[in-house]
Design a protein around this ligand. Sequence first.
Ligand SMILES: *[C@@H]1O[C@H](CO)[C@@H](O)[C@H](O)[C@H]1NC(C)=O
Ligand SMILES: *[C@@H]1O[C@H](CO)[C@@H](O)[C@H](O)[C@H]1NC(C)=O
Ligand SMILES: *[C@@H]1O[C@H](CO)[C@@H](O)[C@H](O)[C@H]1NC(C)=O
Length: 170
Amino acid sequence: MDGLTMMLRKRGGALRLLVAVAAAAMLACTVGRLISVGGRLGWQQNVNYTDWASHQHLYMGDWLMFRFDKTMYNVLEVNQTNYEQCNDHEFINNITRGGRDVFQLTKARPYYFLSSGGYCYNGMKVAINVEVYVPAPEPASQNNSPLKTSSRVVLSIVSAIATSIWWHGL
Ligand SMILES: *[C@@H]1O[C@H](CO)[C@@H](O)[C@H](O)[C@H]1NC(C)=O
Ligand SMILES: *[C@@H]1O[C@H](CO)[C@@H](O)[C@H](O)[C@H]1NC(C)=O
Ligand SMILES: *[C@@H]1O[C@H](CO)[C@@H](O)[C@H](O)[C@H]1NC(C)=O
């Protein structure tokens, strides 16, 4: 085996590893984060969800988890008008299952949820604005979230692969 063949074999192995790492990293990103609505308080009465939502940054692909007492409450996705009026009759999605129920935010738009049974009038409603994730420009500031960092890692891995394929072929 000559030097060139050995060199190419080594490159092939490194490339396969790179592809595997990138695939795993991209999977981790598209899966999104799991955000518990209301934090440790969950989905119940006497929580100000407007205040809670104002401290969140939610991105496409993230999941909401509603934790609640299913014997009293439910979770319905509604439109803006029905959110404002606490109207539970023309809901878009019924998210209620067992009381630890998840919902993926697949679009960059506002989402509205409420509980029926009159609890909406007691504040059991939440409006969530979902953003498209845009990586922070370089140079990065100090307060990077893990999400931003992992996206940047994926970007650099992807560009490394592209460069590698460009130079060596697969
Ligand atoms: C909930 O919080 C928002 C934002 O902090 C505030 O404007 C609003 O008055 C609060 N609502 C209630 C019912 O306390
Ligand atoms: C919400 O849906 C109701 C009917 O279910 C409709 O009358 C209303 O215009 C809708 N509001 C928005 C903001 O789409
Ligand atoms: C929502 O779904 C749950 C579970 O399937 C069901 O028990 C409940 O009646 C539904 N609620 C509405 C308002 O359709």
